[in-house]
Design a protein around this ligand. Structure first.
Ligand code: PGA
Length: 265
């Protein structure tokens, strides 16, 4: 089954509103009218750059979204940002359960479950991050950890809604590190995640759900990862903080999707 490929980047705590404008302008030049209609490309700037992103990526084919959000729509939650606030700024995606949120801000998958519901309610696609820690890996708990995360984050979601979520497999030990996970390792995790979706939601929903890879992706290792049959795209930090880097990642994802299509026919 063919799934719409995804090329995304989270900027983390980098880039001001004016940086976002310059990034968008340069990315447009680099893409030079390239047709992005066959894939979902997105940038996740900091909250303060979202209004600038809304203006400067408009009509470029590159979506913008947020790196996190709150589960409630409004209320006494000092310092937080809600789904309707993001929707008003044109956000189409939101990253949830990013490893840095789990590690430094005490987030957990039960809270993420509530955030996911709120995002879907406002038409924002959740990019649900999943990934084992180095400790899980050392203890032989990789697949068990992923199973628990999926079960908690998607608890109670109907099969029809599951394909509205993008799963991002991001081994926590590979994020911000020196090396991505190897293609063999990633292939095993992605097919395991897909099998888990088949078990829980049936082949139709599982076949339509995008599972992307993130964690130290670069233009050098990206092609081998994007070529894997169960990898539907790449979610990139450092290597896409420049427009040049992101343009390369988009090209890699587009090429991998084209090659997969050709090999199916
Ligand atoms: P990285 O970040 O590509 O810099 O490792 C990935 C991520 O945080 O999703």
């Amino acid at each position: 089954m063919s799934r719409r490929p995804v090329a995304g980047t989270g900027w983390k705590m980098n880039h001001t509103a004016s940086d976002a404008r310059a990034y968008a302008a340069r990315l447009r030049e680099l893409l030079d009218g390239r047709d992005l209609s066959g894939l979902d490309a997105f940038v996740l700037p900091p909250f303060t750059a979202l209004a600038a992103a809304q203006d400067s990526f408009a009509g470029s084919g590159v979506l913008h979204g947020a790196q996190n959000m709150h589960w409630e729509e409004r209320g006494n939650w000092t310092g937080e940002i809600s789904a309707p606030m993001l929707a008003e700024l044109g956000c189409r995606v939101v990253a949830l359960a990013h490893s840095e949120r789990l590690q430094h801000f005490a987030e957990n998958y039960a809270l993420v479950r509530r955030k996911l519901e709120a995002a879907l309610r406002f038409g924002i696609t959740p990019v649900l991050c999943l990934g084992e820690t180095a400790e899980d890996r050392a203890n032989g708990r990789v697949d068990a950890a992923l199973r628990e995360q999926v079960a908690t984050a998607l608890a109670g979601l109907t099969a029809a809604r599951v394909p509205d979520v993008i799963l991002a497999y991001e081994p926590r030990w590979a994020i911000g590190g020196a090396e991505a996970a190897s293609p063999d390792y990633v292939a095993e995790r992605h097919s395991g995640l897909r099998a888990r979706l088949v078990e829980d939601y049936g082949p139709e929903a599982a076949g339509r759900t995008r599972i992307i890879y993130g964690g130290s992706v670069t233009p050098a290792n990206g092609p081998a990862l994007a070529a894997l049959p169960d990898v539907d795209g790449l979610f990139v930090g450092r290597a896409a903080w420049t427009p040049e880097g992101f343009a390369e990642i988009i090209a890699i994802v587009a090429q991998a999707a084209k090659d997969k299509k050709e090999s199916r026919t």
